[in-house]
Design a binder for this molecule. Structure first.
Ligand SMILES: O=C(O)CCC(=O)C(=O)O
Ligand SMILES: [Fe+2]
Length: 332
């Protein structure tokens, strides 16, 4: 196995670690499978959706209308790109709209994607990825044919994700009785981003992404067949296994706040695998930066406030504190 595509820190024998470690209790700690609620996008059962948002904050979406061919092309391109030498990945994707990153801690938590410099502490997420801003994706073109065709696929995928997010959020807004102006500022498709991740093989006890909630309104994940995503339900971690042709939708912190805690911003995490890399493609959408979120359990705040606070907490405490910061009479 040639590890030249891996960031140096993740290569075997870096700092004496070895990929031939026999014992990995982490990986063999088999979790039960989540019986994740299934929502059929074409025959949307709004009552069921409402119940799932309140009880789970995560669901499996079927009949989503994203062509299987598009998904498989995206995964093929991602694998080809990620398998390039690390040095060339660092070099070829430095400009908007696609940005290469690796190892960042709390990447998803801050929603502010890319502190490009690798973190100096030991809390690297065992992954690399591309951060793609959908707002810019149509405006720039790449000379490199692989990058350019990947950009086109991502643009098309972004349109599908925006379509799904709008429709799903629309049903939620109706369930929660949001006014028309609120619905508009609470979901801003222009903020949509896509993150294409490759979780790297790892011999030891490391996380692809540790326990977190997303900062988004909602997130939509397409994972390959490797597995590793887990959800916390009733204090138990459950595997969210891959099922072909389905997407995973999860609610983020913004949705929980807007719903005044009626809906759940779901805790989840990603395990790494000793033998296989895993590719997933996530879409994340946020409220308008300056739209005020108003709910009885929270002091009024904007997404910009939330982001700034998370970044500060990350710096000071090394972790996102998130919604409790904005809850009325919070004690932190
Ligand atoms: O890769 C996955 O399955 C999930 C990624 C994730 O949780 C995130 O980016 O916030
Ligand atoms: Fe997440």
């Amino acid at each position: 196995m040639n590890f030249s595509s891996y960031p140096p820190l993740f290569r075997p024998h870096h700092n004496g670690q070895s990929h031939s470690v026999e014992q990995n209790s982490f990986e063999f700690d088999l979790a039960p499978s989540a019986r994740l609620p299934v929502i059929d996008f074409e025959a949307l059962d709004r009552a069921h959706l409402s119940e799932v948002c309140r009880e789970w904050g995560m669901l499996r979406l079927t009949n989503h209308g994203v062509p299987a061919e598009l998904l498989s092309q995206l995964h093929d391109h991602a694998s080809e790109l990620f398998s390039c030498d690390f040095e060339s990945k660092e070099g070829i994707v430095p400009t908007a709209p696609m940005l290469y990153f690796w190892g960042n801690p709390a990447l998803t938590m801050s929603a502010n994607a890319h502190h490009k410099a690798p973190p100096s502490n030991n809390h690297h997420n065992w992954l690399e990825g591309l951060n793609v801003s959908l707002n810019n994706i149509s405006h720039s073109h790449y000379q490199d044919p692989l990058l350019e065709s990947f950009r086109c696929l991502l643009e098309e995928y972004g349109r599908h994700q925006t379509r799904l997010a709008k429709a799903i959020f629309g049903a939620m807004a109706e369930d929660l009785g949001f006014s028309q102006p609120k619905s508009i500022s609470y979901l801003s498709p222009a903020t949509g981003i896509i993150r294409v991740y490759r979780y790297l093989r790892c011999p030891g006890q490391r996380w692809g992404i540790p326990d977190h909630t997303d900062s988004s309104v909602l997130s939509i994940i397409h994972q390959d067949q490797v597995g590793g995503l887990q959800v916390l339900k009733n204090n138990q971690w459950l595997d969210v296994g891959p099922i072909h042709d389905t997407l995973i939708v999860n609610l983020g912190d913004m949705m929980q706040a807007m719903s005044d805690d009626k809906y759940v911003s779901v805790r989840h995490r990603v395990k790494v695998n000793r033998a296989r890399e895993r590719v997933s493609i996530g879409y994340f959408v946020f409220p308008a930066e300056d739209g005020v979120i108003e709910a009885s359990n929270y002091e009024p705040f904007t997404y910009a406030d939330f982001k700034a606070r998370n970044e500060l907490d990350l710096k000071i405490h090394g972790a996102k504190i998130g919604l409790p910061r904005f809850r009325k009479e919070q004690s932190i």
